[in-house]
Write a protein that binds this ligand. Structure first.
Ligand code: AHR
Length: 503
């Protein structure tokens, strides 16, 4: 058997594209304990005067999340935004997650919270139970300066300045039979087209996201994309992709190969967009917004039970996946995949941010803490800004039950031209062996090693908790940069961030 190894060439001229920082976005839905007991918990020892937990804010700020999708998700498809603004906040039956929504936190509170943590809002409109008029009214409420019914209503609620929300999602997962107001591709395409047209009259500066498929297994994928875009292509700026993975059969090798499926998904959507572009003789390239992605399966059984057997309840424990070390590796691989598609992928949202399939968890009577997946997300957001460089990568390979020719090492490099920093992100998917990586960086003359950060753990199933972090990054000290070559030993099952800077 060939000795396991990986060789890579990175060159400043091998540019994929500048990375849009919004690929490090996230998502907060009115679901479970994401909002209530997540970001908002009046009475908690760390709560500020508005009831927002400052321990959570601190961890979100560290992640430097550029944009946060809100308020759903499936929740949005029966959302009555008027209930979430102004002095009267009725309690409503929330249909997607069978919960009671108190509406204590609404658009005004959420936009203020986003400002506090340094993020922009990505707003979704309800195209499930509602339509064009309500989307327009909401946009007028949020973005119009004054002098109209809904902008003046906002001002009467105490918010003189418009929220100026730039990115708007036209509904959520409208291809899914589980969605309230689920639609056929033609029904959705027409509605999205007309809604987009009207919204852009109110505010021509906004960017719109058309709903793509909920995952690659949907029977309508990719016909959904072709049909819906044939209606709304000229009026929208992005198409959305959603995908969650899980290690349901406890086959870690196969689990870690799943980022290849994400790669194929992106390629297929790009091709479908380009097909519609050609059909329409359009000059515009449709961009991609991967606005829900993560590992999601640990909480499935518990949630099935909770959904059936509980009364209507405020902030039930739902989708509270406890992430282990191998989940962090797959999250790292998915982030590498995004960087490689920086030319067409302009936004992505880790779903979600707090308590619900999230990197940040809260104890009701205790602190906020970091799950394993927090770390690759942190590193990518922190060091993955700049120009994505196409790595010429040759790695030994393996097969898994569902995938063939899986690279043992997957990697990408990002060049921060201004800061004169180069970062190599790499995952060793091999579960048995450390694999040497040699990387030619000769075109980066004078660049020296800053650090090699590694996330590794002997137990793939290790998790963190409020009591402590079993999975946390450390420094690897045997990596060298000599004669324009990086030599690094990538430990078995590891996430690696190798940082270079010009001296
Ligand atoms: O993120 C959890 C749920 O997953 C969202 O509400 C929905 O859009 C998707 O199915």
């Amino acid at each position: 058997m060939a000795k396991k190894q990986a060789k890579m060439v990175i060159d400043r001229d091998f540019r994929i594209s500048p990375i849009d920082k919004r690929i490090y976005g996230s998502f907060i839905e009115h679901l479970g304990r994401a909002v209530y007991e997540g970001i908002y918990q009046p009475g908690h020892p760390t709560a500020d005067k508005n009831g927002f937990r400052q321990d959570v804010m601190g961890l979100v700020r560290d992640l430097n999340v550029p944009i946060i999708r809100y308020p759903g998700g499936n929740f949005v498809s029966n959302f009555y935004w008027e209930d979430s603004v102004g002095p009267d906040r009725p309690r409503r039956l929330e249909l997607a997650w069978r919960s009671t929504e108190t509406n204590e936190v609404g658009i005004s509170e959420f936009s203020k919270w986003c400002k506090e943590v340094g993020s922009d809002v990505m707003m979704a409109v309800n195209l499930g139970t509602r339509g064009i008029a309500d989307a327009c009214n909401l946009l007028e409420y949020c973005n119009h300066p004054s002098g109209s019914k809904y902008s003046d209503l906002r001002i009467s609620h105490g918010d003189r300045d418009p929220y100026n929300i730039k990115v708007w999602c036209l509904g959520n997962e409208m291809d899914g039979p589980w969605q309230t107001g689920h639609k056929t591709p033609d029904e959705y395409g027409r509605l999205a087209e007309e809604t987009a047209k009207a919204m852009k009259v109110i505010d021509p500066t906004i960017e719109l996201v058309s709903c793509g498929s909920s995952n690659t297994m949907m029977p309508t994928f990719p016909e959904w994309e072709a049909t819906t875009l044939s209606h709304d292509y000229d009026y929208v700026d992005y198409i959305s992709l959603h995908q969650y993975f899980g290690n349901r059969f406890n086959d870690s090798k196969n689990f870690l190969a799943q980022s290849m499926e994400m790669d194929r998904f992106i390629q297929t959507v790009v091709s479908t967009c380009d097909y519609v572009k050609a059909k329409k003789r359009s000059k515009k390239d449709m961009m991609l917004s991967f606005d829900e992605w993560n590992v999601w399966f640990h909480s499935d059984a518990a949630d099935e039970d909770t959904m059936k057997n509980r009364p209507w309840q405020v902030a039930p424990h739902l989708l509270e996946d406890l992430y282990n070390f191998e989940d962090a590796l797959l999250v790292g691989l998915m982030l590498i995949t995004f960087m490689k598609h920086a030319d067409r992928l302009k936004m992505a949202c880790l779903a979600q941010l707090v308590n619900v399939i999230a990197p940040i968890m809260t104890e009701t009577d205790g602190p906020a803490w970091r799950q394993t997946i927090y770390y690759p997300y942190l590193h990518a957001s922190k060091y993955g800004r700049g120009i994505a460089l196409q790595p010429v990568l040759s790695s030994t390979k393996h097969d898994t039950i569902d995938y063939t020719d899986v690279n043992d090492i997957d990697s990408v490099a990002v060049w921060n031209e201004e800061g004169e920093e180069l970062t190599i992100f790499a995952v060793n998917r091999d579960l048995e062996d450390a694999i040497p990586l040699t990387c030619d960086v000769k075109s980066f003359e004078g660049y020296e090693l800053v650090e090699h950060i590694v996330l590794e753990c002997n137990d793939l199933k290790a998790t963190n908790s409020a009591k402590g972090e079993t999975v946390a990054p450390k420094q690897q000290t045997d990596t060298t940069v000599e004669g324009g070559m990086v030599n690094a030993m990538l430990h078995k099952a590891s996430w690696n961030v190798i940082r270079l800077k010009k001296k």
